[in-house]
Design a protein around this ligand. Structure first.
Ligand code: ADP
Ligand code: ADP
Ligand code: ZN
Length: 214
């Protein structure tokens, strides 16, 4: 089973993808995570992406398309994957179609997590991640059971993203509405777009998704 999760920054794509990954044994492919790994490693791709990401802009389609195409070819994607943060532009959506056709793969569901923009600033500025296992948390909305200790791996170190600040959120939301939201119409026309109410509690959103996917 192959899924695409759509929604603006802070909608809950990463949070829900981690849960779908566990429940259905399909792998989360986050282009944001891949780019952050490239930045951390200091690779050519990372050097090209760093400043754009910090400013809340979009990295060039060519780089992203090449990155995701080779990632999908890896063995761990055979069972299925969840695209989180890709496609983000119409050229990326079109390139994905060509790529999947070539590889003989189909997307089963494109799911939009529907949220109010105004709530996304608080979600993003409170977001943090376990450095050990990548589990996602929030200062207010998703605290670990024991403060300072990761529920998943027991780790005690956490990181916050350089771009998760109030100034950048606005540019990222603008980029979403200008460049990413138009893809929703593209999928709607193709007939495989579904929506979930993303302002609901995290567990409730998970249930809605399980209802679509399971
Ligand atoms: P995205 O991957 O779409 O940018 P995340 O899954 O990282 O979004 O979620 C952003 C932040 O909001 C995280 O800190 C997460 O814990 C929190 N969050 C996710 N879904 C919800 C929700 N339904 N209600 C409240 N907070 C949420
Ligand atoms: P969020 O979780 O807030 O939705 P991501 O982790 O998906 O953000 O992406 C972080 C940043 O990485 C984006 O602001 C953008 O600069 C870059 N990026 C990620 N995916 C793409 C993509 N498909 N196309 C272009 N840029 C991307
Ligand atoms: Zn952890």
């Amino acid at each position: 089973m192959n899924l695409i999760l759509m929604g603006p920054p802070g909608a809950g794509k990463g949070t829900q993808a981690q849960r779908l990954e566990k429940k259905f044994g399909i792998i989360q492919l986050s282009t944001g995570d891949m780019l952050r790994a490239a930045v951390a490693s200091g690779s050519d791709l990372g050097k090209q992406a760093k400043e754009i990401m910090e400013a809340g802009g979009l990295v060039s389609d060519d780089l992203i398309i090449a990155m995701i195409s080779s990632r999908i070819d890896e063995d761990d994607c055979k069972n299925g994957f969840i695209l989180d943060g890709f496609p983000r532009t119409t050229p990326q959506a079109e390139a994905l179609d060509v790529m999947l056709k070539d590889k003989g793969i189909q997307i089963d569901h494109v799911i939009e997590i529907e949220v109010d923009d105004d709530a996304m600033v608080a979600r993003i500025t409170g977001r943090y991640t376990c450095s050990g296992c990548g589990a996602g948390y929030h200062d207010e909305f998703q605290k670990p059971a024991t403060e300072g200790v990761c529920d998943q791996c027991g780790g005690t170190e956490f990181t916050r993203r350089a771009d998760d600040n109030a100034e950048t959120v606005r540019s990222r939301l603008d980029a979403y509405h200008d460049q990413t939201a138009p893809i929703l119409a593209y999928y709607k026309e193709k007939g495989n777009l579904k929506g979930v109410e993303g302002m609901a509690a995290i567990d409730d959103v998970t249930e809605q998704l399980n209802g679509i996917v399971g």
